[in-house]
Ligand binder design. Structure first.
Ligand code: FE
Length: 206
């Protein structure tokens, strides 16, 4: 039986911030409008992400809403590498600095929302950032992507490999596709890309 949590439908977003001149961004599926008059937005980000740390200090972020026109490169660029190792905006020019000082991503997106963080709730693995919208704009008249659309149409289908050339077993993260090689996957293993636990890995069988 599959996990009931996988039946929750989500959108996908690039969450960006700028803290002391340092820009960074990551991919999240957790943007929600949680109040109105004024419109308030929440986002839950993993504590291990650099973007999370930066928002704690800057207390502002922008969520660029990813559309069905986004390519896999956008997800790789913002989701499969860490700002601790690379400057994600060094060569990424399809963005625009908006009024709260952050960079809105303008490629593969259809709108952006900028938020001033009023409250930070510690949820254990994640911090929940909540605050009012300070600026928003529609960028393109195309549908927003859902997580399911991303899985079906944007993410390349992984090829089953089963074993490496030297006979080792491959385990694949069902969330992001990261592959771990070894006979047994350690119980406390955490996916280095998406931070999901060992229970979200499956043994790759050809
Ligand atoms: Fe993963």
């Amino acid at each position: 039986m599959s996990n009931p949590l996988f039946n929750i439908q989500y959108g996908l977003f690039v969450i960006t911030t700028c803290d002391g001149g340092r820009d960074n961004g990551c991919i999240s599926n957790t943007i929600a409008q949680v109040a109105m008059n004024p419109d308030r937005i929440s986002v839950a980000l993993n504590k291990g992400n650099l973007t999370t740390e930066l928002i704690q200090h800057s207390r502002r972020f922008t969520a660029s809403i990813i559309s069905e026109t986004a390519d896999f490169e956008l997800f790789k660029h913002f989701g499969f590498q860490s700002g601790r190792e690379v400057d994600k905006f060094a060569d990424f020019k399809e963005c625009r600095r908006v009024s709260n000082g952050t960079l809105a991503v303008t490629r593969g997106t259809n709108a952006f929302l900028s938020v001033d963080v009023e409250q930070i709730v510690d949820l254990g693995s994640h911090l929940l950032f909540i605050g009012p919208v300070t600026e928003m704009e529609v960028l393109a008249d195309v549908p927003s992507t859902t997580y399911n659309y991303y899985q079906e149409h944007i993410k390349p289908k992984p090829q089953p490999v089963g074993q490496t050339a030297d006979g080792k077993t491959v385990w694949r993260c069902v969330i992001c596709g990261y592959e771990y090689v070894g006979e047994e996957l350690p119980e406390d293993f955490i996916c280095p890309i998406c931070k999901h636990p060992a229970s979200d890995f499956e043994k790759v069988i050809v």
